[in-house]
Design a protein around this ligand. Structure first.
Ligand code: GDP
Ligand code: MG
Length: 283
C-alpha cells in the first residue's frame, strides 16, 4: 500500500493509558506492518500503551510473527485461540486481556490507518464511546448494500443509531467496555456492544475515518457463512436483549432518561460529527 507516513501534526493526547486490540485471522501479509505502524503511532497519544493481537486460530504465520514482536517489545502482547472462534470472540478475549483506561480496536488487515486515532482522541475525555464511520467505504457494492440493510435492521431491532455499526475503528472507556457481558461470537459483536452500552447510558460520538481497499490477505467478512451467522446472532441477541439487565452503571455514564434506557445515548449523527476529510487529507 502506498500510504506514505508523514509526521503527525500536533494531536490531542488521551487522558490515560491505551490498549489497542487487533483481531487477526490469517493476516500473515499484513500483521507485521500493522504492529509496526501501531508501535510508531500510539506513543503520540499515550505515555502508557499496549497492543494486543488476538490470533484467532490462524493457519498461517500470523501468531508466529506476533510472538516475535511480543518477545522483543514490551508493548506487544499475543492472545491466542487454539482454534478459530470468530471475530466477536476474538475481540472479547482482547478486551478481557486489556488494562488500558481507554481501549480501542481496529481490524488487522490494513484497511484502516491507526493514525486516524487523532480524529477520535479529542473526544475521548468527554464521551464513553468514540465510534468511527467509514467516510468512503472501500468494499464491493454488495457489501455496502448489505451493510446499509444491516444498519437499518439494528436501528429497528435494538434502537441503536450508528452511521456505520460495523466500522472496526472505535475507542472506548476501558472500564465500561470490560464491564459489558459480551457473548456474540461473530460479527454481531459491534451491535451487542452498542445495544448494551446504550442500556447503561453511555455517551457516544461518531467521527469519520478513512478506509482503504484490502491489498493483501483474504476478506472473510462478506462470506455467506459470516452473513448467515450474523443473521442468526441478530435474532438471538434480540431475544436476549428483551430480558437484559445491565450491570451496575459505571460512575461516569449518564443514566438513561427513562426506564427502557432510550434516549440517553448522545449520537452525533450529522451534528457534531467531525468532518475528518478537512483534518486529514486522503493520502
Ligand atoms: N478473530 C477473528 N478475526 C477475524 C475473523 N475473520 C476475520 N477476522 C479479522 O477481522 C478483520 C476484518 O476481517 P475481514 O475479513 O477483512 O472483514 P471485512 O473487512 O468486513 O471484509 C481482520 O483483522 C481479520 O483478520 C475470524 O474468524 N476471527
Ligand atoms: Mg477487512
Amino acid at each position: 500500500m502506498s500510504r506514505s507516513s508523514p509526521a503527525l501534526p500536533p494531536v490531542s493526547r488521551l487522558p490515560g493509558s491505551l490498549a489497542l486490540v487487533l483481531p487477526a485471522f490469517n493476516e500473515e501479509p499484513n500483521i507485521d506492518a500493522v504492529v509496526r505502524e501501531s508501535l510508531a503511532t500510539l506513543p503520540v497519544f499515550a505515555d502508557s500503551y499496549e497492543i494486543i493481537v488476538v490470533d484467532d486460530g490462524s493457519r498461517d504465520r500470523t501468531g508466529e510473527i506476533v510472538a516475535g514482536w511480543a518477545a522483543t517489545n514490551q508493548h506487544v502482547r499475543l492472545v491466542s485461540h487454539a482454534r478459530n472462534r470468530g471475530y466477536g470472540a476474538a475481540l472479547t478475549s482482547g478486551f478481557r486481556a486489556s488494562t488500558g483506561d481507554f481501549v480501542m480496536f481496529m481490524d488487522a488487515d490494513r484497511q484502516f490507518d491507526i493514525r486516524d486515532l487523532r480524529l477520535l482522541a479529542p473526544f475521548a475525555g468527554e464521551y464513553d464511546i468514540v465510534a468511527g464511520f467509514r467516510m468512503e467505504r472501500s468494499d464491493p457494492l454488495h457489501r455496502r448494500v448489505f451493510a446499509e440493510m444491516f444498519n437499518v435492521s439494528v436501528r429497528i431491532l435494538f434502537g441503536v443509531h450508528l452511521r456505520d455499526i460495523d466500522c472496526a475503528f472505535k475507542l472506548f472507556r476501558g472500564d465500561l467496555l470490560r464491564g459489558l457481558p459480551l457473548t456474540a461470537p461473530g460479527a454481531l459483536i459491534n451491535t451487542e456492544i452498542q445495544a448494551k452500552a446504550r442500556r447503561q447510558g453511555a455517551r457516544l460520538q461518531q467521527v469519520g475515518v478513512h478506509h482503504y481497499p484490502r491489498i493483501a490477505g483474504e476478506a472473510t467478512g462478506g462470506s455467506p457463512r459470516v452473513i448467515l451467522r450474523a443473521i442468526g446472532e441478530t435474532l438471538a441477541l434480540w431475544w436476549r436483549m428483551r430480558h437484559y439487565r445491565p450491570p451496575a452503571p459505571s460512575p461516569r455514564c449518564v443514566q438513561p432518561s427513562n426506564a427502557a434506557g432510550t434516549g440517553a445515548i448522545t449520537s452525533a449523527d450529522g451534528a457534531g460529527t467531525t468532518p475528518a476529510k478537512k483534518l486529514l487529507p486522503r493520502r
